[in-house]
Design a binder for this molecule. Structure first.
Ligand SMILES: Cc1cc2nc3c(=O)[nH]c(=O)nc-3n(C[C@H](O)[C@H](O)[C@H](O)COP(=O)(O)OP(=O)(O)OC[C@H]3O[C@@H](n4cnc5c(N)ncnc54)[C@H](O)[C@@H]3O)c2cc1C
Length: 414
């Protein structure tokens, strides 16, 4: 058995783990990064890479973003979102009102996670101070006097580390057993994803589409165009609502594609590529402790997915960067206690908390499909409102207006 001693070990090389390892690498702190998979590997996801991700990659090193943008074959630029209400009222919300596709860089992208995560892992492989072990599934976690001793299921490797950064995703047993995180159906969603070729037509500006369907709100059905006439298609909804309304997610997904009056027309000649796959989304709408003696939980392992949009890659990146900075402080202070580590929780809350709270409030509003219909009708008929809402993407204080009844009353009485 190979024995490795390190100050920091990151478990999981998805976006959260890679963000942590890369940030540590740029801080000149050597890291061991472990993943059970061999890359490239798939991950069930909508494949939407938000502006948060591009901004954070750019902040770490603009060259990384430049290299990502070289993947033209796999990278589809996204300039906005189309929203469709249960009644079929629709409106486009561009990320920016006046944009020039030829002159500017897109604010967001879609890219299959198969390719995006492989790209991130290649960035890891460029760094000489990250030791990356693939095909290594960590199963055993032993607390020691100095931190943790962990080993894989085949007993090929033992890693002794002062600090563990756990970024092993939504099904992390460490998060449940060591971190004490409990899955609450109200703060968890179920999601399905499939790839389809030849959906016709796609949105004319290739915006990503969110369709709020009757009985499925506050969840939504999505069509996210990728490259080569391929689209990522899916459906997600809060787990407690799935149970309460006795919804069979697979059935609801197929009904949308085969029977929905507008969608079924567009899927008439579409071909399913592979199978429909499901996965859980631990939502960040509940305040949880995500660190302890000698460890921090990052990304889905810390239950940090946006409760309204289901976006988790950006939050995994944020928490990975914050964990790396906290790790640097721990190493300098030689302090890995839960009391010292709590600064990580506080910072994650400071950075993501307000947005998460607002998303949860909006998600609660959208539970009622009549309200979703009213919003669809009101917004789709009002270009000035669309203009205002477009600036809300980048302005959280402005976005807060959306949960203020006074803001909407103004439009109700117009
Ligand atoms: C249906 C669906 C649609 C979604 N759509 C979007 C979207 O469009 N945009 C968006 O931003 N987010 C979306 N999300 C959320 C997003 O997928 C996650 O938030 C994101 O992948 C979190 O990244 P992560 O690094 O925390 O975890 P993951 O991406 O899950 O990475 C975890 C890594 O840990 C590894 N691992 C697991 N266990 C072990 C072990 N024991 N030992 C070693 N390695 C291990 C895994 O192999 C994996 O590589 C969606 C999620 C679902 C389910």
């Amino acid at each position: 058995m190979q024995i490795i001693d390190t100050d920091v070990c990151v478990v999981g090389a998805g976006p959260g783990g890679v963000a942590a390892a890369l940030k540590l690498s740029y801080l000149n702190i050597p890291t061991v990064l472990v993943d059970k998979a061999t890359f490239p590997r798939d991950k069930v996801c909508g494949d939407a890479i938000s502006g948060k991700v591009t901004m954070l990659l750019n902040r770490l090193d603009p060259k990384i973003l430049e290299r990502m943008e070289l993947n033209a074959e796999a990278l589809n630029p996204v300039w906005g979102i189309e929203f469709v209400s249960p009644n079929g009222d629709r409106f486009d919300l561009p990320f920016k009102m006046d944009y020039d596709e030829k002159q500017e860089k897109a604010p967001g992208y879609t890219m299959k996670r198969l390719h995006f995560d492989h790209f991130l892992v290649q960035e890891v492989n460029r760094r000489t101070n990250i030791q990356f072990l693939e095909n290594t599934s960590i199963k055993n976690f032993q607390k020691t006097a100095h931190g943790y001793s962990i080993s894989d299921d085949k007993k090929n490797v033992e890693i002794n580390t002062k600090l563990l950064i756990m970024a092993n995703g939504a099904q992390s047993t460490f998060s449940r057993k060591e971190g004490g995180l409990v899955k609450a159906n109200k703060h968890h969603a179920g999601g399905l994803r499939a790839y389809y070729k030849n959906i016709n037509p796609l949105h004319p500006k290739r915006f990503i589409e969110l369709h709020y369907l009757e009985g499925i709100t506050p969840g939504y059905f999505w069509i996210f165009p990728l490259t080569n006439n391929l689209s990522n298609v899916g459906l997600g909804l809060r787990t407690d609502i799935i149970k309460k309304r006795k919804i069979n997610l697979n059935k609801a997904f197929n009904e949308a594609i085969e029977q929905h009056p507008l969608l079924s027309q567009r899927f008439k000649d579409a071909e399913l590529q592979g199978s429909v796959q499901g996965y859980g989304l631990p939502l960040g709408s509940q305040n949880r402790k995500i660190s302890g003696d000698h460890y921090m939980l990052v990304g889905d392992a810390g239950y940090l997915i946006d409760p309204l949009t289901g976006e988790g890659i950006g939050n995994a990146f944020y928490s990975g960067f914050i964990a790396a900075e906290q790790a640097a402080k721990c190493l300098e202070a030689k302090n890995f206690t839960s009391e010292y580590m709590i600064a990580y929780d506080h910072r994650v809350k400071r950075v993501l908390g307000k947005e998460m709270k607002l998303s949860y409030q909006l998600q609660q509003i959208l539970r009622s499909h009549s309200l979703a219909n009213w919003l669809g009708k009101t917004i789709s008929n009002n270009p000035k409102l669309i203009q205002l809402m477009s600036s809300m993407y980048s302005d959280l204080d402005l976005r807060k207006k959306l949960v203020n009844p006074g803001f909407w009353l103004k439009y109700l009485f117009r």
